[in-house]
Design a protein around this ligand. Structure first.
Ligand SMILES: [Ca+2]
Length: 250
């Protein structure tokens, strides 16, 4: 097992797909590339049941089950370089990428930013419900394989994009970039789901769950909303960033 967890793709030859289709009218309010997003926009995810997991891919995703979460907030987009620099004035990033997602941060750094911002990292269950909605979608938009709709290796961009600039990488609650751009740290340890019963030596309090894939990642498998990746908390990588969550108070 690599230090980083399940695996992190190298600079594999990206499969360049055709041009992205025009976004549907319902998504016309999606932000334009480069828009300043500060403070982060937090979306309310209503309390209720959702479908967690999947029985047909990796064994650690099962058993698929209904799970309940109380209401919570989650950020519409990943945390950007601009936002992170307000927390760490020494933070460096390429010119012009202020609104790209921050990456190369450890779990502790992501957690510290979240606390500084008065928020927290989402649990992996919160992340999954926010991405796929209550009805168990394979991707945020549904079950169709649309590799050009998110910033993964299949889109061929070869790097991060401004957050929210792939208007079709959006789920039923309006949460964006859960398939691609950067994979995202969560608050959760890598543990079996209830009823999972699998004996996996990686389960325990050694790895934190990372959700979604990235600009350098595989679309059809790793981009699924149920996919679970994991990494050592001290790992840092140009494909891993994070987004914020917050309790919903009555
Ligand atoms: Ca993402």
């Amino acid at each position: 097992m690599a230090r980083g967890g399940r695996f992190w793709p190298g600079l594999a030859l990206a499969l360049v797909m055709g041009g992205a289709p025009a976004p549907p009218a319902a998504l016309a309010a999606a932000p334009a590339a480069g828009r300043e997003i500060s403070p982060p926009e937090m979306l309310l995810i209503p309390g209720g049941w959702f479908l967690l997991g999947n029985d047909h891919w990796d064994s650690d995703e099962g058993p698929a089950q209904r799970a309940y979460l109380p209401a919570y907030y989650i950020a519409r987009t990943e945390v950007t370089h601009r936002q992170y620099r307000a927390f760490d004035p020494t933070h460096q990033f390429p010119p012009g990428e202020e609104d790209h997602p921050v990456a190369n941060v450890t779990w502790a750094e992501a957690d510290a930013y979240a606390r500084w911002a008065g928020k927290r990292l989402p649990t992996e269950w919160e992340w999954e419900k926010a991405a796929r909605g209550p009805d168990g979608r394979r991707y945020p938009w549904g079950d169709d394989l649309e590799p050009a709709w998110a910033n993964t290796g299949a889109a061929g961009l070869g790097g991060t994009a401004p957050v929210g600039s792939f208007p079709r990488d959006v789920g039923p609650f309006g949460v964006m970039d859960t398939v691609g751009n950067v994979a995202e740290w969560t608050a959760s340890w890598y543990l079996p789901y209830p009823g999972g019963g699998t004996t996996n030596p990686d389960f325990g309090e050694s790895f934190r769950i990372v959700r979604g894939t990235s600009w350098d990642g595989d679309f059809d498998c790793d981009g699924r909303t149920a996919f679970r990746n994991f990494a050592r908390p001290d790992f840092r990588h140009p494909t891993i960033g994070f987004r914020l969550a917050q309790d919903a108070t009555p």
